[in-house]
Design a protein around this ligand. Structure first.
Ligand code: HQG
Length: 179
């Protein structure tokens, strides 16, 4: 399978496993999983035929390990806008995590902090380099440091996804460093 098709299928999977499962007639379970045979049948019906071996390849080579396969089921590891409970245990974050955004969001972020917007959680990165890439999806990236140690001590809950993205409900502005 060539690189172009691999990326195309990965985007297709993100779209339907995170945002619009109903568009191809599948239903995610409460934890975001769908049986792989159900997914492959739905893809065939929607003119995107994919074999199990091809799916396994897309999952295995994905640059951000976006998908998890377990017991012949698949789910997106993070990034959902449909309400799913990833059922991840609470995790103690490092002292600082990072958030990549863009300049025009800063005034609003300064006053209301980070909100999940359309997604189920605010997504935080373990290092500045990753956060820079996240911000760059939207324009010239701006990286904020988040005092996650202080948030944790103040009782905020954190989870880490299977692919190393940190998730929390929101980040009040007092925990953000705009440097
Ligand atoms: C911004 C990708 C105004 C926030 C990435 C961001 C990540 C606010 C945008 C994952 C705000 C939401 C998630 C506020 C937050 N006022 N703007 N109060 N609070 N924002 O895409 O973090 O490649 O939902 O800064 O790598 O950019 O798809 O979140 O710019 O892990 O696998 O609102 O998506 O993963 O954008 O990205 P998003 P995100 P994948």
């Amino acid at each position: 399978m060539d690189e172009r098709r691999t990326v195309k299928v990965s985007k297709y999977l993100s779209k339907h496993l995170r945002h619009q499962p109903e568009r191809i007639g599948i239903t995610l379970d409460a934890n975001g999983w769908v049986p792989i045979d159900t997914l492959l049948r739905a893809m065939a019906r929607n003119n995107v035929p994919l074999t199990r071996a091809e799916l396994d390849h897309v999952v295995a080579v994905n640059d951000k390990r976006r998908f998890a396969v377990e017991n012949d089921r698949i789910r997106a590891s993070q990034g959902h806008t449909v309400p799913v409970d990833l059922d991840l245990p609470p995790a103690e974050p490092p002292a600082y995590l990072y958030h990549g955004t863009v300049g025009h969001a800063l005034d609003s972020i300064r006053s209301e902090g980070l909100r999940p917007m359309n997604r189920t959680h605010v997504h935080l990165s373990p290092d500045r380099e990753t956060a820079t890439r996240v911000g760059a999806r939207r324009g010239r990236p701006v990286v904020l440091s988040v005092d996650t140690g202080a948030m944790h001590r103040a009782g905020h809950t954190f989870h880490v996804s299977a692919n190393g993205v940190w998730l929390t409900a929101s980040v009040p502005p007092e925990f953000l460093r705009f440097r």
